[in-house]
Ligand binder design. Structure first.
Ligand code: FES
Length: 104
C-alpha cells in the first residue's frame, strides 16, 4: 500500500506499507517519529494517529482498551483517532493519508 503521512510539522512523507506490518510498524520502520514505546500492545498511546473520516468509518470498531487510551490522548478525535498499532494492513487502506497526533 501507498500511504501519505503528515508529520507534526505539517510535512508530508510517502511510504510503502507492507502486508506484514501494522500501520504503526510501517510508520516506525520508515523513520517517522512514532515512539511506540509499548511495542504495539495498545498500552502507551504514543502511536496515536488521525485518519480521514471516511477511512476511519470503514475500519472495524476500536476495542475498549484502545478507546480508553485515546480519549485521554492529546487531540483526541471521536471520528479519526486510532492507535496505529491496532490498525492491520488491508488493501482497502491503499492511498490513505495518516496524520501524526501531537505528542501527549
Ligand atoms: Fe503503544 Fe500503539 S504502540 S499503543
Amino acid at each position: 500500500n501507498k500511504v501519505t503521512v503528515v508529520d507534526r510539522e505539517g510535512a508530508t512523507h510517502n511510504l510503502e506499507w507492507e502486508p506484514d506490518q501494522t500501520l504503526m510498524e510501517a510508520l516506525r520502520d520508515n523513520d517517522l517519529p512514532v515512539l511506540a514505546s509499548c511495542g504495539g500492545t495498545a498500552s502507551c498511546a504514543t502511536c496515536h494517529v488521525f485518519l480521514e473520516k471516511d477511512v476511519f468509518e470503514n475500519l472495524s470498531e476500536r476495542s475498549e482498551d484502545e478507546l480508553e487510551l485515546l480519549v485521554e490522548a492529546e487531540g483526541y478525535q471521536e471520528c479519526g483517532s486510532r492507535l496505529s498499532c491496532q490498525v492491520d494492513f488491508s488493501r482497502n487502506l491503499d492511498g490513505v493519508t495518516v496524520t501524526l497526533a501531537p505528542e501527549g
